[in-house]
Design a protein around this ligand. Structure first.
Ligand code: IPM
Ligand code: MG
Length: 369
């Protein structure tokens, strides 16, 4: 198979972990006989520095002529003083919107060997395998108006807007996932307060009739936040609007021990996707060879699976990650007594070796999709 991948390292630790993604991809190409052509583009703060905009036209064009996109992370203190329309994060929001990537899939899987790294009790985190399906191109992130008002500029407004079509397509995507997973869908909203949530709930109920094999429950977002740490095993697929999904996915990452473990896929209806870690650019540890590259490397596995249907290849990456963790290697975000703490580069190298050699263990991530 021959594919062209746009790689956007972005800022901070994004630039360090992207090396893990490209080297693992090269190793997969070698071992399985695929050709992955890589072309780099700038986004976020790095793009502001070089072209005065967080999403240059060239970057967008590059993504459009590629088969998939890998992205590191954006943002950093250097650009924090900028007005909101030219902040690095604006580049990320714009690329999601411009490419129509409305479905953000964030799998949360508790690795047995990392249970001690989770702040949750091992018996609570054990065997968790849930999928957050976050709507990514609507809601409060994009609603207009979003502005300051009044003579004193002391009134603010943000807008939570959704069309029926926007809700229908994300709910459909979540049902399709539930069908091939554990057949349980939790729709998270705030229907006791928000009108948008009431329409969301109506649509979920309508769609539920088309998927009689899927058990559906509605949950208020505050209750869902509580349940994620008290009974996370009860969840299979969780579908929710943009801001709720942003918040709940950071919370859910703690089940796995670290935000540095969570990959994500942002998909369009035709399967085109952008793959990025859930974590940000982590300016506090950037440039120190400390970042955990696993979320980025697992994002490559998601890309192979979702965009190219290369399941065996994807699993070989997941297996390699599991083996390295089983062998006790940890980046400092996962530090535990008895493990061997390694830097970003060494973690990448350890995973790479196992991707090259192949492995016999089975992937616990098979139920991603
Ligand atoms: C995420 C991030 C982004 C978001 C930020 C960086 C704009 O937190 O992908 O979860 O809020 O969507
Ligand atoms: Mg977030």
């Amino acid at each position: 198979m021959k594919k062209k991948i746009a790689v956007l390292p972005g800022d901070g630790v994004g630039r360090e972990i992207v090396k893990g993604a490209t080297s693992v991809l090269a190793a997969i190409g070698q071992r399985f006989g695929h050709e992955f052509e890589i072309e780099y583009g700038e986004i976020g703060g790095a793009a502001i520095d070089s072209s005065n905009t967080p999403l240059p036209t060239e970057t967008l064009e590059l993504c459009k002529r590629s088969d998939a996109v890998l992205l590191g992370a954006v943002g950093g203190p250097k650009w924090d003083h900028l007005p909101s329309h030219i902040r690095p994060e604006r580049g990320l929001l714009a690329i999601r919107k411009e490419l129509g990537l409305f479905a953000n899939l964030r799998p949360v899987i508790a690795f047995q060997t990392l249970l001690q790294s989770s702040p949750l009790k091992p018996e609570i985190a054990e065997n968790v395998n849930l999928m957050i399906v976050r709507e990514l191109t609507g809601g409060l992130y994009f609603g207009k108006p979003s502005e300051r008002r009044g003579d004193q500029q002391d009134v603010v407004v943000d807008t939570l807007q959704y069309t029926r079509e926007e809700i229908e397509r994300i709910v459909d995507q979540a049902f399709e996932l539930a069908v091939v997973r554990q057949k349980k869908l939790t729709s998270v909203d705030k229907a006791n307060v928000l009108e948008s949530s009431r329409m969301w709930r109506e649509i979920v109920d309508e769609k539920a009739k088309l998927y009689p094999q899927v058990e559906v429950e509605h949950m208020y977002v505050d209750a869902a936040a509580m349940k994620l740490v008290s009974r996370p095993k009860d969840f299979d697929v969780v579908v929710t609007e943009n801001l709720f999904g942003d918040i709940l996915s950071d919370e859910a990452s703690m089940i796995t021990g670290s935000l540095g473990m969570l990959p994500s896929a942002s998909l369009r209806a035709d399967g085109f996707g952008l793959y990025e870690p859930v974590h940000g650019s982590a300016p506090d540890i950037a440039g120190q060879n400390k970042a955990n590259p696993i979320a980025m490397i697992l994002s490559v596995a998601l890309m192979l699976k979702y965009s190219f249907n290369l399941r065996e290849e994807a699993e070989s990456i997941e297996q390699a990650v599991q083996e390295v963790l089983n062998a006790g290697y940890r980046t400092s975000d996962l530090e535990i007594a008895g493990g061997t703490v390694v830097g970003t580069d060494q973690m990448i190298e350890l995973i790479l070796q196992r991707v090259e050699e192949g492995s016999a263990i089975s992937s616990i991530m098979g139920a991603y999709m």
